[in-house]
Design a protein around this ligand. Structure first.
Ligand SMILES: [Zn+2]
Ligand SMILES: [Zn+2]
Ligand SMILES: [Zn+2]
Ligand SMILES: [Zn+2]
Ligand SMILES: [Zn+2]
Length: 249
């Protein structure tokens, strides 16, 4: 389970790289000028930028070749000249692109599972529910999931109570079978040899997916409370036995 952390770009530092050009119209001079990209005469609207003059349609992003006259980010290309980039490719080169929509991350963003997301695009891979600032998310195979879909699709089930394990667990291998336990369920089983659920017939992941998110949470909470009560009762009992034995000696 992970809490959400937000990172902020500093727009002020980005602004100093950003330049935008206003297309300029040239009438009488136009026949004397030629485009620095295609070298044909310039007529109508043109762009003056990066120490050159270009047709509107010849002033293109270095990476995607789309026209960028309305806004561009200059970058030094391999031959040492300044070339324009569109906003998207400029941010892509800075590795500031939302993994969900592919657009530039210009403001605050979230980093999770080695990816970055717009705040409004940080959502469960299965249901698309956006995580709020107080929500927890769960990771599986470099994807993020809500509590419900992680529980139903990917969470390991506790050998003791057959409920999803969402936090810490005890892992052991018994008779060549890997077992995963909630720490409390493991202790109850270790000290008193009690398992809190009957062996699974096929009540595994299938059995839970028909529940709503709230019902599933209730099932998990009920089992957590049951485990906690059993643990408290049994350890109090154990404590009294120890006291009793100590008093006798
Ligand atoms: Zn041109
Ligand atoms: Zn581009
Ligand atoms: Zn996005
Ligand atoms: Zn979901
Ligand atoms: Zn358990």
């Amino acid at each position: 389970m992970q809490a959400i952390q937000t990172t902020s770009n500093l727009p002020s530092t980005l602004h100093q790289y950003q330049q935008s050009t206003q297309p300029t119209t040239v009438s009488s001079l136009s026949s004397l000028l030629s485009c620095d990209a295609c070298h044909k005469p310039l007529v109508g609207e043109l762009v003056r930028a990066l120490e050159g003059t270009f047709h509107l349609s010849c002033f293109n992003c270095l990476d995607c070749h789309e026209p960028v006259a309305s806004m561009f980010f200059p970058i030094e290309s391999t031959d040492g000249t300044q070339q324009p980039l569109c906003e998207r490719d400029y941010f892509r080169r800075l590795n500031l692109v939302c993994d969900h929509c592919g657009d530039a991350l210009k403001g605050s963003y979230i980093t999770a599972v080695g990816k970055k997301f717009h705040l409004e695009h940080f959502c469960c891979t299965t249901c698309g529910d956006v995580f709020g600032p107080d929500d927890s998310y769960y990771e599986h195979n470099k994807n993020v999931y809500c509590h419900f879909h992680y529980s139903v699709k990917y969470a390991i089930k506790c050998t003791g109570c057959h409920t999803a394990i969402l936090k810490q667990f005890v892992e052991l291998n018994r008779n060549n079978v890997d077992e995963h336990w909630h720490p409390e369920c493991y202790m109850i089983n270790k000290f008193w040899n009690v398992k809190l659920a009957r062996p699974i017939k096929d009540a595994g992941s299938q059995g839970l997916s028909h529940l709503t998110a709230l019902e599933l949470r209730d099932v998990q909470t009920a089992m957590e409370e049951k485990v906690y009560r059993i643990w408290t009762v049994l350890s109090a009992f154990e404590g009294r036995m120890v006291d009793h034995n100590e008093n006798k000696t």
